[in-house]
Write a protein that binds this ligand. Sequence first.
Ligand SMILES: [Zn+2]
Length: 373
Amino acid sequence: MKGVKLFRVLGIQISLNYTWFIVFGLIAWSLASGYFPSHYPDLNPLTHWIMGFLGAFFLFLSVLVHELTHSYIAKREGIEVKEITLFFFGGVSQLTKEPEDSKKELKVAIGGPISSLVLALIFWILFRVTLQSPHLILIAGLLWYLALINLSLALFNLIPGFPLDGGRVLRALYWRKTGSLKKATRIASGAGKWIGVGIILLGLFGILKGNLIGGFWFVIIGIFLRSAAEGGLQQVVMKGALEGLKVEELMSQGVISVSHSLRIDRLVEDFYLTHTHITYPVLEDDKIIGIVTLKQLKEVPRDQWMEKTVREVMMPIREEIMLDPDGEAVDALQKMIRTGEGRLPVVKGGRVVGMLTRRDILNLLEIKTDLVE
Ligand SMILES: [Zn+2]
């Protein structure tokens, strides 16, 4: 997920997804031009804007506390957390692996909403306190808003549809009952999909009744939840199996590569018909300069096989078609899906240190996901 790196807390990198800036602006704007002016019409616009920015900033902190609570519990349960990315409606804590039992999953999942409820309660108490003194009325307004928004954060995340926290709780409970993580994930993301549909319908109903903006938000949230639930199931199964695995551990060494000056007829005879690989790295002075695949070979007319060299038909090397030995296997698989190349060279300092194929990853995935059942 692309974003801006901010700072580290508890050894965890905190990042902002680019969507966050839009959300931050929208929240500050809606507070400054809607909420505060309607509640405190006597104050000047500048004050409304300052309050708007403060509100958006404290919302940011609230979401951060929610995510940090998940991460803190995960760490205490022995699951490393690499990064927290804040975006759109909340955040994503990138755990390095899925919890290995339902009890851990339950603890990690429930921590976030509980911290939001506690924050809501704290802001509400502070609100009651500041309400006593008339000159703090503006602060009281902000505190009331923050209490409300934290309560909404807790309630929204408790919706029992995976991958929301409530859905994770549901999954943990089913997991404990059935003993199968895969089955539990299927049920919890099924719930997520249907709740998503329900929220979309509620939104459409709202729009029909004239509540345009509120209805529109419901539709967006519903679509978000639906697609997240669909993607979540596959991703969880995949990530659970591959997370933490490096390209280096899966790649095959002893790579067979070809020289850039090799003639095509020799390439066919000595490589394609001898080793039966589909892709070969192309070398010049021991450094990789490209890859040649069956697809490029097929484009060369047979009567030119004696004239053309590998260099003339190869795909020149670029970031998108090579892998880093220290990279994650999950990312490597995504790169292969993106580029449509099922076999990519693993390159370090310009030298080919291995090859990784989609089959290698998928075979491992199949074995691992079957064992998780
Ligand atoms: Zn959460």
